[in-house]
Ligand binder design. Sequence first.
Ligand code: IPM
Ligand code: MG
Length: 383
Amino acid sequence: MRASYNIGLIRGDGIGPEVVREGIKVLERVASGYDFKLDWHDFPISAETYLKRGVLMTDQELDDLSKSAAIYFGAMGDPRVPEKVLQGGGILRLRFHFDQYINLRPAKLYRGVETPLKDKRPGQIDFQVVRENSEDFYVGLGGRFRGSEHDFHLDLKRRLYEAQFSVNAKVEPDEELGFQMGVMSGTGAERVLRYGFELARRKGAKRVTVVDKFNVLSDIYGVWRDRADLVAKDYPEIQYEFAFVDAVTQWFVRRPEWYQIVIAPNTFGDIITDLAAAVVGGMGIAPGGNINPERKYPSMFEPIHGSAPKYAGQKVANPVATILAGAMMLEFLGEGKAAKTVEEAVEFVLAEGKYRTYDLGGSSKTNEVGDAVAAAVDRMAGK
Ligand code: IPM
Ligand code: MG
């Protein structure tokens, strides 16, 4: 045995446990093929647990998770528990707690997968979105007030109304007001931009696209742009461009082949990565990594889809996104060859087209796709 990795496992809710099971199956096979070991540690962090014990995740669990080499995450979400509890207290808490400030989301059109875009072929669409993962509108600074509340709120409300140039410049006692602040720090922006440019250099990419909405949100993305200009100076061989997020939604559809490395703030990154996933065949095959590049804390790998409660237990969910997230995890752990083998095995199964789930136009069960990928791994591993 060359190496052993301690992996924290959060299967979560809905289809989470089903897709994670297939991910583990494939990763176990590739680990034995390349002579390393994955030591799985299950953490019962889910809606079910929350309903039983009233706490989603304990401090002790966070502490134990921090000892992992990486975390493998399924999905969280359950109609019986408020979103805020599961997302804020679950995935977002983990991202913040472990300073996973990069969310890396590849979008690649594989052979055998149909894109909804006409005239686009495999090989043409292959880019990565580097999503900022710890700031922007995700910082949770906001409030909801009614006019009759504390003076401070009234004052804040008055100022907010004064600050905007719309017709609502009147403060009535019963008016309701909600606000949410986006925050971008210089260092927070710079570390993400630097990661993106560095990734571009490593991959030999020629172009980096930096996304924002600077024309309207000029303070927050002013910081972002200034840092982009600064970082870009260190990468003279790479062309870089700014793109407004609204334009990006159009160009991801019209000319996805243009993109190589796309760096986006948290909120816009969230939105455009669903779009990117749709363009390459859907959420069922889109993986992501929440990364702490300094490796001070564990990074976390997950499919970018949710828990899809209505499909839970039916074995219809596509495990490919989770399996590919596993490949990203192996790459991060330094098992590059094993990661490549998993990706190639997935590619083989998708191209062959014999085993595919409902979302890709087939009728295979979740475990049948997992088995097919595992069998392909067996054939390819170590070769
Ligand atoms: C994602 C998800 C999350 C996000 C939700 C579940 C909090 O949409 O990972 O893209 O907004 O980041
Ligand atoms: Mg999302």
